[in-house]
Ligand binder design. Structure first.
Ligand SMILES: Cc1ncc(COP(=O)(O)O)c(C=O)c1O
Length: 390
């Protein structure tokens, strides 16, 4: 490596935002209507079309999307919901909102998705729902999950925060289970800064979530200050303030139009990484199963620690010294104080997730990443792993 390459900085993520987004936001500002309105409804319509679902309900985050999904299915205190331990806390915290219990499930060592055998072992009379998380974008074993869920009469709510666009057995994620929750958080594959969406084919769920996202007020509450709406409304339930805004929708519509192009760009980087790392015996590259495709929200490398004199944290430090920001997805939930103190989890309870956690790191991957940036990441990871190999 020469000095000019060492000076390169590669962030973990750089948002793919351009003049089109600026123009779209400006138009909304000029229109004088900033919160939820016609743009949000248009974004919902186009998102539903893109995914292939009947309904799409836009909300303030994927966390809100998961919360409203559970609420729509009628979850109550004392119920149990199966959640993989390898996920962000949002997936499980929404269960706790109801006084229900998140039952943490170990993951498959290959895909890091929820482990089917462990689901079978933990499903019981109190189980009301399963929330599979499509880790990094690779879909879970949805066929097997469906069969178990049907057998036990439990709901399936997909956490698709990473999975736009991903496909499972030729079907796009967002069309398969009763309810699917997406995230438009800053680093996600489609970003509106913050935001989320639920897709469903179930009209009753869609109506319920449309009401509950805006204070539990009767239909079309968002129109109450507009000329084609009415000042009159009724409060039907104690709802939430989870609505989307037209400012976000303006970004979302532009981002949705380039979603396929952004996905192609991510696929190109992932292939470049895999071509380079597959022959490095101290590294394990992600494997995508033949009946599914991934959005490549994350590119997760695993270290073969027995072949290295450096651990995962050490490698991340070396990358940081070289100007490259890597990350880790995820610290298993059962290792966090909240899940230990509240539900009695302890280290060792979910050993596969723990073992994979020690070995994994997420490399930068984003649509605007240049070949030079990707090659610099490849060169740096290769150099450090070779230098620290036994
Ligand atoms: C798997 C998973 N689920 C849910 C969320 C929550 O998404 P949001 O920030 O849109 O609420 C995240 C966020 O990173 C996530 O990674």
């Amino acid at each position: 490596m020469n000095n000019s390459t060492v000076a390169m900085k590669v962030p973990f993520h750089r948002a793919d935002l351009g003049e089109e987004e600026v123009r779209a936001i400006t138009d909304v500002v000029r229109s004088g209507w900033l919160t939820m309105g016609a743009k949000t409804i248009e974004f919902e319509r186009q998102f539903a079309d893109y995914v292939g679902a009947k309904y799409a309900v836009a909300v303030s985050s994927c966390t809100a999307a998961l919360h409203l999904s559970l609420e729509a299915t009628g979850i109550r205190a004392g119920d149990e919901v199966l959640v993989p331990t390898t996920t962000f806390t949002a997936t499980a915290e929404v269960v706790a909102y109801f006084g229900a219990r998140p039952v943490l499930i170990d993951v498959d060592a290959n895909t890091l998705n929820i482990d089917i055998e462990h689901v079978k072992h933990k499903i019981g009379p109190r189980t009301r729902a399963i929330i599979p998380v499509h880790f990094g974008g690779q879909p879970c074993d949805l066929q097997e999950i469906r069969e178990i869920a049907d057998h036990h009469h439990v709901h399936v709510i997909e956490d698709a925060a990473h999975a736009l666009p991903s496909e499972y057995q030729g079907r796009r994620i967002g069309t398969i289970s009763e309810l699917t929750a997406f995230s438009f958080y800053a680093t996600k594959t489609l970003s509106t800064g913050e935001g989320g969406m639920i897709t469903t084919d179930n009209e009753a769920y869609a109506r319920r979530m449309q009401m509950m996202r805006l204070h539990g007020i009767s239909r079309d509450a968002w129109k109450r200050y507009s000329s084609d709406g009415s000042w009159h409304y009724e409060v039907i339930e104690a709802g939430y303030k989870y609505n989307f805004t037209d400012l976000q929708a303006a970004l979302g519509l532009v981002q949705l139009a380039k979603c396929d192009a952004m996905h192609t760009a991510r696929c190109r980087i992932a292939s470049r990484y895999t071509r380079a790392f597959a022959s490095n015996s101290s590294l394990e590259v992600p494997e995508i199963l033949p009946d599914r495709t991934t959005a490549w929200h994350l590119y997760v490398l695993r270290l073969r620690l027995e072949q290295l004199r450096i651990d995962r944290d050490g490698l991340i430090r070396k990358l940081a010294e070289a100007g490259i920001c890597a990350s880790v997805h995820f610290i298993p939930l059962h290792l966090h104080p909240f899940y230990q103190n509240t539900y009695g989890y302890k280290p060792g309870d979910l050993p596969i997730a723990e073992e994979q956690y020690r070995r994994c790191l997420s490399l930068p991957i984003f649509p605007g990443m240049t070949d030079e940036e990707a090659d610099y990441v490849i060169a740096t990871v290769s150099e450090v792993t070779h230098r620290f190999s036994y």
